[in-house]
Design a protein around this ligand. Structure first.
Ligand SMILES: CC(=O)Nc1ccn([C@H]2C[C@H](O)[C@@H](CO)O2)c(=O)n1
Length: 102
């Protein structure tokens, strides 16, 4: 996997490095640590940066903590709501940690 999309409302958080993880379902678990991926918006496919994958770690919805929320630049309540909206009834998730390629 050498590309990933984000909802465009998260673009500024990624570019300002306030957001350093994303939490996805199993369809996006195969990113390789140390690889560099192109990032574009989900809505219109506009490229906006590259990210270096740091790690991919399985997690269940019930294991989400304030630390994950902070890494997403959200409150835990907001993070749980976002994930419930995107991945309803998906208990098995993956934390993809990343760094902005400058
Ligand atoms: C197609 C798709 O699912 N795209 C996604 C999924 C998730 N995100 C963001 C939303 C939250 O910040 C985290 C946690 O899921 O990742 C996204 O931008 N695009």
């Amino acid at each position: 996997m050498n590309s990933i999309t984000f909802y465009q409302r998260f673009e500024m958080d990624i570019l300002s490095q306030k957001k350093t993880i994303t939490i996805r379902d199993a369809s996006e678990k195969d990113f390789v640590p140390h690889s560099i991926v192109d990032v574009s918006t989900y809505e219109d496919g506009r490229w906006f940066c590259q990210l270096r994958i740091v790690s991919v770690t399985p997690i269940s919805f019930s294991e989400l903590t304030d630390v994950h929320a902070q890494q997403e630049n959200m409150t835990l309540e907001e993070l749980k709501q976002v994930i419930s909206d995107i991945y309803p009834e998906t208990p098995d998730l993956y934390v993809i940690a990343f760094e902005l390629v400058k």
